[in-house]
Design a protein around this ligand. Structure first.
Ligand SMILES: O=C(O)c1ccccc1NCC(=O)[C@H](O)[C@H](O)COP(=O)(O)O
Length: 208
């Protein structure tokens, strides 16, 4: 099975185009004002218009209210939720009528128990590195977790691997975990929120 990739936190036309040209299966737009990758809805819509139908447009949210999701729906195909309780994930999925991914932050093996609670609520789990208590962002911080924690884990849903991936380590991450979908943000940036076209291209080449 070919491995595919989501390039997250895209915020310029050039870097979005590089992700599409490089073969990304998904592109991510962040709707979370504290993030350096946050997009206004109108701009997200303009970016979304550049994305061909074969590429999934993923909206990234942190425990959003209904109005926030509603405002973004015209720009996205998939809702990705962080810090959102399973019952709320299910409610958003029912209301938005979109595929829903839910992040499971991982630092220790016991963190994986959260995955089972998403069965029936989400369509896909995004295993991501747990960010420190009090951190401004629940993702997009370039942190990785111990990939061996996924060894032998019975995944309750389709899943993707995220957290601290970059062009140099993504191949090893895929070998270690068997991931078929990988997700990256900081690893293809030159500074927080500043995506780099060459790094995007290198990341997508590395998984091919
Ligand atoms: O990227 C953000 O700014 C962000 C903000 C709020 C919630 C989630 C966020 N990112 C989620 C992602 O899907 C990232 O791609 C994922 O956490 C991996 O990030 P990185 O470790 O920097 O590659």
């Amino acid at each position: 099975m070919p491995v595919t990739a989501k390039i997250c936190g895209l915020n310029t036309a050039n870097t979005l185009d590089a992700a599409i040209a490089g073969g990304a299966s998904h592109v991510g737009f962040v709707f979370f004002p504290p993030s350096p990758r946050h997009l206004e809805f109108e701009f997200a819509q303009a970016l979304a218009g550049r994305v061909p139908g074969r590429v999934g447009r993923v909206g990234v949210f942190v425990d959003p209210d209904d109005a926030t999701i509603e405002a973004a729906l015209t720009a996205i195909d998939i809702v990705q939720l962080h810090k959102t309780a399973p019952e709320r994930v299910a409610a958003i999925r029912a209301r938005a009528r979109r595929e829903v991914w839910a992040a499971v932050p991982v630092k220790r093996r016991e963190d994986l128990a959260a995955a089972a609670r998403l069965r029936g609520a989400a369509d896909r789990i995004l295993y991501d590195a747990k960010t420190p208590e009090g951190a401004a962002l629940p993702g997009g911080m370039g942190l990785r977790f111990d990939w061996d924690l996924l060894n032998g884990f019975a995944h309750p849903l389709p899943w993707a691997l995220s957290g601290g991936l970059d062009p140099a380590n993504v191949r090893e991450a895929i070998s270690a975990t068997g991931a078929l979908l990988v997700d990256v943000s900081s690893g293809v940036e030159t500074a927080p929120g500043v995506k780099d076209m060459d790094k995007i291209t290198a990341f997508l080449k590395a998984i091919g």
